[in-house]
Write a protein that binds this ligand. Structure first.
Ligand code: SF4
Length: 226
C-alpha cells in the first residue's frame, strides 16, 4: 500500500537495511506502526510504536486510560471497517498476523473506543449511515442493504424495533458478507455490526424491551448501565 505511512519508512529502510527495520517489530510482522486512539480516553493521539504493541498498552500507557467517569466497553482496532474487540482481546499483539480471523483484523490501527456512556446501537447506526451514503450503488446487496440496515438500527433507537428486526440485522451480515458484493465497502460495513450483535447483544435486546434507547432516556449523569 503506497500511503504516507509506507513512504516515510522508505528512506530509513534504504539507509539502514531491511533487517534493521524488521527487528523494530515485536512480532514476525516487521517494522513499526502508527497507532492512533480516539474516543473518551484521557489523551487521544497517535504514536509510532513497534508493530505488535497491544491495544492495552496504547490505551493505558500512551493514551492515559479512559477519561474520568467512563469505563471501557470495546474498540474498533483499525477504523470503522473492522470488528469490535473487547476486554478479552486487548492483550493481543496488534499486527497483521496475530489477530485470529474470527476476532477480526488490524486495519489501519486507528482505534476508536466505545465507552459505557455511549449507546453501542447508536454508535453502529452512525457508522452504517456513513456506509450507506458512501455506497456507489453498483451492486444491489450494498445499494439496497446498507440503507435498510441503517433504517432498522434507527428503529431500535426510536423504539419501533422487534425481535424480528434483530433477525433481519443478522441476516444482513450474511447477505453483505465477503463474496456477495463487488468491493469491500459492504463487507467492511458488516464487521462492526456483526461484532456488535455478538458482544453487545443484550443492549440490542434492551432497546426492544425498553421501547427505545436506554441511554437517551437517562440524563448524562445516569447513563451508565449496570
Ligand atoms: S459493494 Fe462496492 S461496488 Fe458494490 S455498491 Fe457497494 S460500494 Fe459499490
Amino acid at each position: 500500500m503506497q500511503n504516507v505511512e509506507t513512504l516515510y519508512n522508505i528512506p530509513h529502510i534504504v539507509n539502514q537495511g531491511s533487517d534493521w527495520y524488521h527487528r523494530l517489530s515485536r512480532t514476525q510482522d516487521g517494522g513499526t506502526k502508527i497507532y492512533g486512539i480516539s474516543g473518551r480516553v484521557a489523551n487521544p493521539g497517535w504514536w509510532e510504536l513497534p508493530l505488535g504493541t497491544t491495544a492495552r498498552e496504547v490505551l493505558e500507557r500512551y493514551a492515559g486510560g479512559m477519561a474520568d467517569g467512563v469505563r471501557f466497553r470495546g474498540l474498533l482496532p483499525g477504523g470503522i471497517s473492522t470488528a469490535f474487540m473487547t476486554e478479552e482481546h486487548v492483550d493481543l499483539p496488534l499486527d497483521f498476523s496475530s489477530i485470529p480471523p474470527e476476532v477480526g483484523r488490524l486495519g489501519t490501527a486507528t482505534m476508536i473506543v466505545l465507552d459505557d456512556h455511549t449507546c453501542p446501537v447508536g454508535f453502529v447506526l452512525n457508522l452504517e449511515k456513513f456506509f450507506a451514503r458512501e455506497s456507489c450503488g453498483w451492486c444491489t446487496p450494498c445499494r439496497e442493504g446498507l440503507p435498510w440496515v441503517a433504517k432498522i438500527l434507527r428503529s431500535f433507537e426510536e423504539g419501533r424495533a422487534t425481535s424480528e428486526d434483530l433477525s433481519l440485522l443478522k441476516m444482513h451480515t450474511k447477505w453483505l458478507a465477503p463474496g456477495h458484493t463487488f468491493c469491500g465497502l459492504a463487507p467492511g460495513a458488516m464487521a462492526p455490526l456483526q461484532s456488535a450483535l455478538k458482544y453487545f447483544h443484550d443492549d440490542f435486546e434492551r432497546h426492544i424491551s425498553a421501547g427505545g434507547c436506554p441511554w437517551s432516556k437517562k440524563s448524562s449523569q445516569q447513563r451508565v448501565l449496570v
